[in-house]
Design a protein around this ligand. Structure first.
Ligand SMILES: *[C@@H]1O[C@H](CO)[C@@H](O)[C@H](O)[C@H]1NC(C)=O
Ligand SMILES: *[C@@H]1O[C@H](CO)[C@@H](O)[C@H](O)[C@H]1NC(C)=O
Ligand SMILES: *[C@@H]1O[C@H](CO)[C@@H](O)[C@H](O)[C@H]1NC(C)=O
Ligand SMILES: *[C@@H]1O[C@H](CO)[C@@H](O)[C@H](O)[C@H]1NC(C)=O
Ligand SMILES: *[C@@H]1O[C@H](CO)[C@@H](O)[C@H](O)[C@H]1NC(C)=O
Ligand SMILES: *[C@@H]1O[C@H](CO)[C@@H](O)[C@H](O)[C@H]1NC(C)=O
Ligand SMILES: *[C@@H]1O[C@H](CO)[C@@H](O)[C@H](O)[C@H]1NC(C)=O
Ligand SMILES: *[C@@H]1O[C@H](CO)[C@@H](O)[C@H](O)[C@H]1NC(C)=O
Ligand SMILES: *[C@@H]1O[C@H](CO)[C@@H](O)[C@H](O)[C@H]1NC(C)=O
Length: 434
């Protein structure tokens, strides 16, 4: 799966698109699921993590938005919000915090996490943890920032150890082993705060690039992982497909690209306990340019009234721009030219007329709720834009999955993507938080 969703996501403080992956994190509260402690590490008591059974409601706050700022965050909807993101360069002794962290921490009270990395902040992770000296320096840097800023947790978002995210990222076969050493040292240096990591839908890569079969040592030092179950399909895919499938084991073999079901199965099989897993959920979708005939699978079917097919072909050369947060072009952090990502935030789908203000499908649009992925699609036959996204129904389904699988909770990318709290209210309700 992913070779690289490149286009996408995560964070791009720069422009691009959304963030995905990286970013997001968690919360606070009571006694955690314990996190830690294995025979080789000291006993650790984290003070502010949540627990199992869906008690963590986390979100990543994109710190570069000018029209969704700290004052716009609905704090009472979350048990933790992560400052997304701080961007490491190649020097382990400094981190670029971005402006406004102090105001964020003050507003968050005891729920402030900080994400280190992100899609476009993962270039140097490999060398930052690549030697014992570098790890020590980097751990001290992060510890000092966490303590001096009153942070309640650190969220590591390396996209990805042992595999390329952005093509100019440094990658080494020792990445995951070095990440573990780094996390063990960071845990020892910051025993009183939450330590989490945003991860891909498959376990960390081993030295051959394959998913590790035993990640239990990571679980010994992390309070949680957030599985970034989004950007599973996007404009980098060969056809339209679900951005954030809840399930894919019900899809045909060629369409099993990842899902909450298969990701949780993979991580737990590799030894990561379900009550330390947070399901990442997107407040955005991916758009595609799809002809009416492709959308319905038939040139004789009226695309407004006929049903949409599940994995239609699209024309990648006519990538829709996405909403106002995604009008980016120019170059990516590697210096490569890039086009629009086509990301539509949930609010942007309302602003651009695909959805009504209550999140329902606007008139004149065709729609589909895909029964396997349990996610909606909407299609405008005039503009020929199709979007695979999440709405209140699919968020409720994901919340039910969190509870029925005894996961620790959910984490939404990104805080500003929602509209009138429609999505966050739906998933909070489904996990039993009022
Ligand atoms: C660590 O935990 C073990 C098992 O709960 C306990 O027996 C031991 O006393 C603890 N050690 C410290 C230093 O708290
Ligand atoms: C989670 O919920 C299950 C089922 O209701 C229950 O058996 C289990 O004890 C709960 N776990 C925690 C940590 O509350
Ligand atoms: C953010 O807050 C500002 C100031 O209260 C308000 O004008 C603006 O509409 C809010 N934006 C969103 C997206 O809620
Ligand atoms: C340690 O960090 C320095 C930059 O400060 C980098 O040049 C060096 O390659 C790193 N070492 C390893 C083994 O990655
Ligand atoms: C964690 O411990 C450090 C060192 O004692 C302290 O400065 C910091 O405020 C503590 N943080 C939290 C969230 O308890
Ligand atoms: C990986 O780690 C091993 C053992 O420490 C070391 O011998 C090897 O040089 C490292 N490989 C790379 C590419 O850094
Ligand atoms: C996922 O699909 C499989 C195969 O159809 C089915 O057995 C399972 O119940 C589904 N799980 C969820 C959570 O939808
Ligand atoms: C329609 O789908 C085909 C592949 O089946 C693809 O080559 C073509 O670009 C698509 N065109 C549009 C406009 O959707
Ligand atoms: C979610 O989308 C599906 C498919 O369009 C639709 O049937 C459902 O009503 C939507 N849910 C809400 C709450 O609008």
């Amino acid at each position: 799966m992913l070779a690289f969703p490149l286009t996408l996501l995560m964070a791009l403080p720069f422009a691009l698109a959304a963030p995905r992956c990286s970013v997001k994190t968690t919360s606070a509260a009571t006694s955690a699921p314990t996190g830690s402690s294995s025979s080789s590490s000291p006993n650790i008591t984290t003070s502010n993590t949540g627990g199992s059974n869906g008690t963590i409601a986390m979100s990543w706050f994109a710190n570069w938005r000018t029209d969704f700022t700290v004052s716009n965050i609905s704090w009472d909807k979350y048990t933790a919000v992560s400052w997304f993101a701080t961007n490491p360069g190649n020097d382990p002794s400094t981190l670029d915090l971005a402006n406004g962290l102090e105001e964020f921490v003050t507003a968050a009270h005891s729920n402030a996490l900080m994400t280190v990395g992100g899609w476009d902040g993962s270039m140097y992770f490999s060398s930052l943890v690549g030697s014992s000296d570098n790890r020590t320096t980097f751990v001290n840097t992060i510890r000092d920032i966490a303590f001096s800023n009153g942070l309640d947790g650190i969220d590591i978002d390396w996209e990805y150890p042992g595999k390329p995210g952005l093509e100019c990222n440094i990658v080494s076969p020792n990445d995951s082993a070095n990440l573990l050493s780094f996390l063990q040292a960071l845990r020892a240096a910051t025993p009183n705060i939450t330590l989490s990591a945003a991860v891909a839908v498959t376990p960390f890569a081993d030295s051959t690039g394959q998913p590790m079969t035993d990640v239990s040592q990571f679980a010994d030092v992390l309070d949680y992982i957030e599985i970034m179950n989004y950007d599973v399909w996007g404009s980098f895919s060969s056809t339209v497909g679900p951005n954030a499938p809840l399930n894919d084991t019900c899809a045909s073999a060629g369409q099993q690209a990842g899902s909450a079901v298969s990701a949780v199965a993979a991580w737990t099989k590799a030894g990561f306990p379900s009550n330390k897993i947070i399901l990442g959920v997107p407040a955005y979708g991916h758009s595609y340019f799809v002809s009416n005939a492709n959308a319905t699978g038939s040139s004789s079917t009226d695309a407004t009234t006929g049903s949409l097919i599940a994995y239609p072909g699209f024309n990648a050369a006519q990538q829709p721009a996405g909403d106002a947060w995604n009008d980016v072009s120019g170059t990516d952090p590697c210096g490569n030219p890039q086009g629009p990502t086509g990301v539509y935030d949930f609010w942007g789908m309302i602003a651009d007329g695909f959805l009504n203000e209550d999140g329902s499908v606007a008139s004149g649009m065709a729609s589909r709720y895909d029964s396997c992925s349990q996610t909606p699609y909407v299609y405008n036959p005039q503009s020929q834009i199709m979007i695979s996204y999440d709405n209140a129904t699919s968020f409720a389904a994901k919340g039910e999955f969190v509870v029925s699988n005894n996961l620790a909770g959910f984490a939404m990318y990104e805080t500003g993507g929602d509209y009138n709290n429609i999505l966050i209210d739906a998933i909070n309700s489904a996990v039993g938080r009022s």
